[in-house]
Design a protein around this ligand. Structure first.
Ligand SMILES: Nc1ncnc2c1ncn2[C@@H]1O[C@H](COP(=O)(O)OP(=O)(O)O)[C@@H](O)[C@H]1O
Ligand SMILES: [Mg+2]
Length: 264
């Protein structure tokens, strides 16, 4: 499949983190580059995989600009500006929507600064709701939806803000298999909406994350006295395993999963 990797969109440089004197992250380095495919608006989907407690959520907060690392930087965009809270869309684990607002109300907040007319906002919301099986739920409150529905509402909310970069912490956790498939389908669709769209998935669910990623980084702890670092990089584009709807059926994919399971 023909593609090229172009400019760096996100650069994570020498990120280390200590909490209460305890090393959590050690020298984390990786780049996310803009992928181009002929005649397609191909965004990027990158996964950071690691065991529970390894430091994924801490890294998530640093990538989001919510927490500062002890050392190192996260740079965004063509002009490589240091990340600050609000520059990246985030879907934290067990994300809580505004519970006193309906789904429509939640989505309208996301579009407050869009400059769109009310009619255009309504049309866009209807489109998303229709596409993602939420059409009957726009007037409901978050607590009236299932976990998978809430997760989709949260992801779409971030898309509606116009953020090109969206970070997700454990987006598949607590969902049954059908809902995982629907969330996965939504993420894939978001990645194709805009060539600059970049999804960063932080997860311990190896299969779901790897199946939709073009690049996978493993977070591990090769040295027990130090924090977690990137121990392995899998470029699924060059392995011929990116962008394939039936990837789960391929033996190469199953071999890769085994490899990853042994490596983390
Ligand atoms: N506020 C905190 N102060 C000190 N240590 C923390 C704090 N929050 C998390 N940790 C520790 O950081 C490590 C990584 O946690 P976390 O990033 O939540 O892991 P993961 O998301 O991979 O399951 C854990 O050992 C956890 O105990
Ligand atoms: Mg976590």
């Amino acid at each position: 499949m023909s593609y090229s990797k172009n400019e760096v969109l996100i650069k994570v440089e020498n990120v280390s983190l200590q909490l209460d004197g305890k090393p959590i992250l050690h020298n984390v380095n990786f780049d996310i580059t803009n992928i181009k495919r002929p005649d397609m608006s191909q965004g990027q989907v990158v996964s950071l995989i690691g065991r529970s407690g390894i430091g994924k959520t801490q890294l998530f907060k640093i990538l989001a600009g919510i927490n500062k690392p002890t050392t190192g930087t996260v740079l965004l965009g063509a002009d490589q500006v240091p990340v600050q809270a609000g520059m990246v869309g985030i879907v934290p684990q067990n994300y809580v929507l505004f519970n006193h607002r309906t789904i429509r109300g939640n989505w309208l907040i996301a579009m407050e600064r869009s400059g769109m007319s009310e009619a255009d906002k309504e049309k866009l919301m209807q489109d998303y709701a229709k596409h993602f099986d939420l059409a009957d739920h726009l007037d409901k409150f978050p607590m009236q939806l299932s976990g998978g529905q809430r997760q989709r509402v949260s992801i779409i909310q971030q898309v509606l803000t116009g953020n090109k970069y969206i970070l997700l912490d454990e987006p598949f956790s607590g969902l049954d298999a059908v809902m995982v498939d629907r969330v996965t389908a939504l993420l894939l669709k978001v990645s194709l909406l805009d060539e600059q769209n970049t999804l960063i998935i932080v997860s311990h669910d190896i299969e779901s994350a790897v199946a939709i990623s073009d690049c996978v980084y493993l977070l591990g702890k090769p040295n027990a006295a130090q924090g977690a670092t990137i121990t392995q990089t899998y470029d699924l584009c060059s392995m011929g395993l990116a962008w394939q709807a039936d990837i789960r059926k391929k033996p190469e994919f199953q071999r890769l999963l085994n490899d990853i399971r042994e490596g983390i």
